[in-house]
Design a protein around this ligand. Structure first.
Ligand code: ARG
Length: 462
């Protein structure tokens, strides 16, 4: 950043002394809002195009402005642009560079607009661009999950409640639960995009402008659905950023829950999956270690994104209409939420299809935890026993199993019949893990056939 320019040259007319050097740094945002340069230039080009159409700029002035802005865009993209803190933000840096390039015509660009509607426009465009990138990365993760779920449609593992073995499920079914969370996240993201896609440009500082502007034209040029309806709201609203962060928080909460499971499953105690080495790191002291750092970090980064959501809500909660400088603080949390979501999605989308299940270990764990106890109760109910009595019979069988270190499926018919003579030798069909999962054969159930049908359905919708 250079500091050759004279401070407050764009608004210093009424000032009698230069800005305090610390205040200059304290109030500047160019250190982070330079990221908006593409959107800022696109917004300015649309504005200049409109100003020419309505007769505020001549055709020649418009052309000079657009050519100048395109040169600046190229300079910035090539790293040949010197940002100045004295010029406060991305908007004034670009405008000053334009005037330096094309002379007095550059000073006409800001006719009929304010940095207030300019920045509101820029951030909406930025969030919209990022939403589109994130939506496609989310899709990549979703199809990775489907790919793994298909490979694991028959793999049996224990399903848990309270992290205690509950009933057997298929690993494919478990993965489809992750998938469903992401379906809702994708739809939240699409909602956020649809609501933000209105153009604040033309609201000017807060009340609109006296020039005969055409807001519908700039809205159209920038790909917005329409202009926003109220100028005060246009320059002050940051709901869209809050909504984006809410989306980000919920998505990362989902990825964090999945991460927690991956961390557990890769541990020697569970030993359910193998994570390829390229997604893990070692320990500098314990040579045997292979740590699941990627899911751990995703779990950790969820906290920082939750923080950004709270930061934005708190930023807005006491602001009177319309624009306040507080709003400048919206950018860093928003940018960091965007970066973090993209990184976490990328990590997950790369990692998930590379996961390999340890089928024997999963199967063994399901077998050990009396996971077919409910199946035995359901069997007794089918034979005419009331469910509560069946529950009692099975409870006693489980107590016997704990004592004798046997799973229900490992007991003899005689052993089982101690608890109820309703039990016949057809019981073993329901006590097997395969029988247990296959029997849950309805929409949303864990039967391999249902898992395959759900995958086919999901592929159609994705
Ligand atoms: N850098 C400012 C922001 O991020 C731009 C708008 C400033 N407007 C103003 N009147 N000071 O919000």
């Amino acid at each position: 950043m250079s500091d050759n320019e004279q401070t407050n040259q764009s608004w210093g007319g009424r000032f009698t002394e230069p800005t305090d050097a610390f205040v200059e740094r304290f109030t500047a945002s160019v250190g982070f809002d330079w990221r908006l340069y593409q959107q800022d230039i696109n917004g300015s080009i649309a504005h200049a195009t409109m100003l020419e159409k309505v007769g505020v700029l001549t055709a020649d002035e418009k052309t000079q402005i657009i050519e100048g802005l395109e040169e600046i865009r190229a300079d910035i993209s090539a790293g040949n642009f010197e940002w100045s803190v004295k010029l406060e933000d991305v908007h004034m840096n670009i405008e000053a560079a334009l005037t330096q390039k094309i002379g007095i015509t550059g000073k006409k660009l800001h006719t009929g607009r304010s940095r207030n509607d300019q920045v509101a426009t820029d951030i909406r465009l930025y969030v919209r661009d990022q939403i589109d990138l994130i939506a496609s990365e989310l899709k990549r993760l979703q199809s990775g999950i489907l790919e793994l779920a298909e490979r694991e449609a028959d793999t049996i593992m224990p399903g848990f409640t309270h992290l205690q073995t509950a009933q057997p499920v298929t690993f494919g079914h478990h993965l489809l639960a992750w998938y469903e969370m992401l379906v809702r996240d994708a739809s939240r993201l699409a909602d956020c995009r649809a609501r933000l896609n209105q153009s604040p440009l033309g609201a000017a500082a807060l009340a609109g402008t006296t020039y005969p502007i055409d807001r519908a034209l700039t809205a159209e040029l920038l790909g917005f659905d329409k202009p926003t309806a109220n100028s005060l709201d246009s320059v002050s609203d940051r709901d869209f950023a809050i909504e984006f962060c809410a989306f980000a928080s919920i998505l990362l909460t989902h990825l964090s829950r999945a991460s927690e499971e991956l961390v557990l499953w890769t541990s020697a105690q569970f030993n359910f999956i193998d994570m390829p080495d390229r997604f893990c790191t070692g320990s500098s002291i314990m040579p045997q270690k292979k740590n699941p750092d990627v899911p751990e970090l995703v779990r950790g980064k969820t906290g920082r994104v939750n923080g950004h959501l709270v930061a934005l809500l708190t930023l807005m909660k006491s602001q009177p209409l319309a624009y306040n400088k507080d709003n400048q603080e919206d950018k860093e949390p928003l940018f960091d939420a965007v970066d973090t979501v993209k990184d976490c999605l990328r990590a997950f989308a790369d990692m998930v299809p590379a996961i390999r299940s340890r089928k024997d270990s999963m199967y063994e764990a399901a077998r050990r935890g009396f996971s077919t106890a409910t199946d035995l109760a359901d069997y007794l109910v089918r034979k005419g026993m009331p469910f509560r009595d069946a529950h009692e019979v099975v409870g006693k069988s489980v107590a016997y199993g704990i004592e004798t270190n046997k799973d229900l499926s490992e007991m003899s018919l005689d052993e089982l019949q101690q608890f109820s003579d309703t039990i016949g030798d057809d019981v073993f069909e329901v006590l097997t893990l395969e029988g247990s999962v296959a029997a849950r054969d309805h929409i949303g159930g864990t039967a391999p056939a249902q898992v395959r049908a759900a995958i086919a359905q999901a592929r159609k919708q994705l």
